[in-house]
Design a protein around this ligand. Structure first.
Ligand code: SF4
Ligand code: SF4
Length: 140
């Protein structure tokens, strides 16, 4: 689940707000805030779209796991998922193989988690199709 938004790196581009399928972020006075972390489905979309590498999604899906911000900063993990997947400006960089095809498992896991939560909250709505993956309307 989403764990960190590093305000000193954030450029306030608002992309994370636009792409998050679970409405986890709210606009803040300066940079977005993680307003509803418990709604995160661990899809990593915000990390992929954050060109400032200001977000860290902890890979545990079913609960919030506290993370040490200093350890994350020192780990080299910030932005690594975006780069190693060949996303965005890295897509033509031969150092990073384009591995978009591997994301299907992540998205499927997020979708299953979303459906389970929806069923738990409102069983009568559990057959409602999941919100589609955001592929349009991303601020440039
Ligand atoms: S996508 Fe990254 S840089 Fe843009 S507002 Fe969100 S955290 Fe800040
Ligand atoms: S990992 Fe996905 S659901 Fe969680 S905050 Fe980021 S975009 Fe939203």
């Amino acid at each position: 689940m989403i764990a960190l938004l590093l305000s000193d790196r954030c450029t306030a581009c608002q992309r994370c707000i636009a792409v998050c399928p679970r409405n986890v972020f709210d606009p803040g006075p300066a940079v977005p805030v993680i307003a509803r972390p418990e709604d995160c489905q661990t899809c990593f979309a915000c990390e992929l779209y954050c060109q400032a590498d200001a977000l860290y999604v902890e890979p545990t899906v079913d609960r919030l796991v506290p993370v040490d911000e200093d350890a994350v900063r020192a780990s080299g993990l910030l932005g690594v998922y975006r780069r190693d997947s060949g996303w965005d400006e890295w897509q033509d960089d031969p150092r990073y193989p384009n591995q978009h095809w591997r994301m299907g498992e992540v998205f499927a896991r997020g979708q299953a988690d979303q459906q389970a939560r929806q069923a738990a909250r409102a069983p009568s709505l559990s057959a409602t199709p999941s919100r589609p993956w955001p592929d349009e309307g991303i601020p440039s």
